[in-house]
Write a protein that binds this ligand. Structure first.
Ligand code: PLP
Length: 390
């Protein structure tokens, strides 16, 4: 019998960690103290000035659609942020406000990918990317990457994997799940390699701001024709408000606007009004305090896990993840995650959620918990390793 639902929906995998999360919630409901290191969002709630601006927006009746491109004031504020943070002059006309970075990804893949065409993506990487490509009837050419290339695509890899159906490359800097960052030189050579092949370079910069001891360069510093995805979710701490943006070359904007009108009409208006408060100095100061807190957590958790025998080959410079090789302990990553959840009530994510390349012996830890909770997690992980029989 024919399947009642589309082939494209069947091709999309669920997050494997959801099965673990459901079990974690069960354990929690039964009274166990579960430490969640599987969650890919900041543990901080949205900063008070943003919440106040959101409340004021609601009280003032800003509850209707906005223009499909987003509020002009917010697009200008974002352009101002590029000037201040990167020294870049970006025309606000090139900025479209989207429902999360996810909305920006939907726009970019809809605009740039025809059926049967594909983008090069690093494996491991953010799983939704390949699913968005599948939804537009295109696909992902997954490129296995390891520590030797900082878990990132390189111009060499672009050259090696590009074929007649490749129309672009998508990279993330800082990356999920590895936290690695692309420097200016790497971005410039990726831009050159894709341009030479008449393809597009799309850069996911949604973890910008969450880098430690350095700032990540934007691809726009070296290539004005790249497409940039960004978000209010991570550095700005607004995951649930569903707000992001896309910076596109000027000639692409009208087509993107048309897609936005049809796909979602506009990003949430109250969230857009609230986000205007992000760029005030006192709000930026809160983000910077939180960034310093993430840096402290990384500086604790990275050596602590390494000491236990987890192999984290490249020091992550950004995001809030550690991607660890567990082959020293033997066994499969999913079973490993389940073991720690069941015996020690510590939840983290199996590599399978980020691709296929060596996924069976990698796991991702998110340091989206306070330092004392991370210390407790490390204590429990050390104990759980003694009972693990890989
Ligand atoms: C690399 C990457 N890109 C995009 C997203 C989408 O996030 P949002 O839609 O909340 O901006 C995420 C979320 O975890 C992510 O890790």
């Amino acid at each position: 019998m024919a399947h009642p639902y589309s082939a494209r929906s069947r091709a999309i995998e669920p997050f494997h960690v959801m099965a673990l999360l459901a079990r974690a919630n069960e354990l929690q409901a039964a009274g166990h103290d579960v430490i969640h290191l599987e969650i890919g969002e900041p543990d901080f709630t949205t900063a008070a000035p943003i919440v106040a601006a959101g409340q004021a927006a609601l009280a003032a009746g800003h509850t209707r659609y906005t223009a499909a491109r987003g509020l002009p004031a917010l697009r200008e504020a974002i352009a101002g942020f590029y000037a201040q943070r990167y020294g870049l002059s970006i025309d606000p006309q090139r900025i479209l406000i989207t429902p999360g970075g996810s909305g920006a990804l939907l726009l970019a893949s809809s605009l740039l990918v025809d059926p049967g065409k594909h983008w090069l993506l690093a494996d491991p990487g953010y799983p939704c990317n390949r699913h968005f490509l599948r939804l537009v009837e295109g696909g992902a050419q997954l490129v296995p990457v390891g520590p030797e290339v900082n878990y990132q695509l390189t111009a060499d890899l672009v050259q090696r994997y590009w074929d007649q159906d490749t129309v672009g490359a998508l990279v993330a800097s800082p990356a999920n799940p590895t936290g690695t960052v692309l420097g200016r030189t790497e971005l410039a050579s990726l831009a050159k390699a894709t341009r030479e092949r008449h393809g597009h370079l799309v850069v996911d910069e949604i973890y910008h701001g969450l880098t430690y001891g350095m700032d990540a360069p934007s691809v726009l510093e070296v290539d004005d024709s790249a497409f940039v995805l960004n978000s209010f979710s991570k550095y700005f701490g607004m995951t649930g408000w569903r707000l992001g943006w896309l910076v596109a070359p000027p000639q692409a904007v009208a087509d993107l606007e048309k897609l936005a009108q049809n796909l979602y009409i506009s990003a949430p208006s109250m969230a857009q009004h609230a986000a205007l408060a992000c760029f005030q100095p006192e709000t930026l100061a809160i983000f910077e305090q939180r960034r310093a807190e993430f840096a402290r957590r990384r500086d604790y958790l990275l050596p602590a896990l390494r000491e236990l025998g987890f192999r984290i080959a490249v020091e992550p410079q950004g995001a809030f993840y550690l991607y660890a090789d567990i082959s020293a302990y033997g066994g499969d990553a999913f079973a490993f995650c389940r073991h720690f959840l069941e015996t020690e009530h510590v939840a983290f994510t199996p590599g399978l959620d980020f691709g296929r390349h060596l996924a069976g012996h990698h796991v991702r830890f998110a340091y989206t918990q306070s330092l004392p909770r991370l210390e407790e997690a490390v204590h429990r992980i050390a104990r759980g390793l003694r009972s693990w029989q890989g």
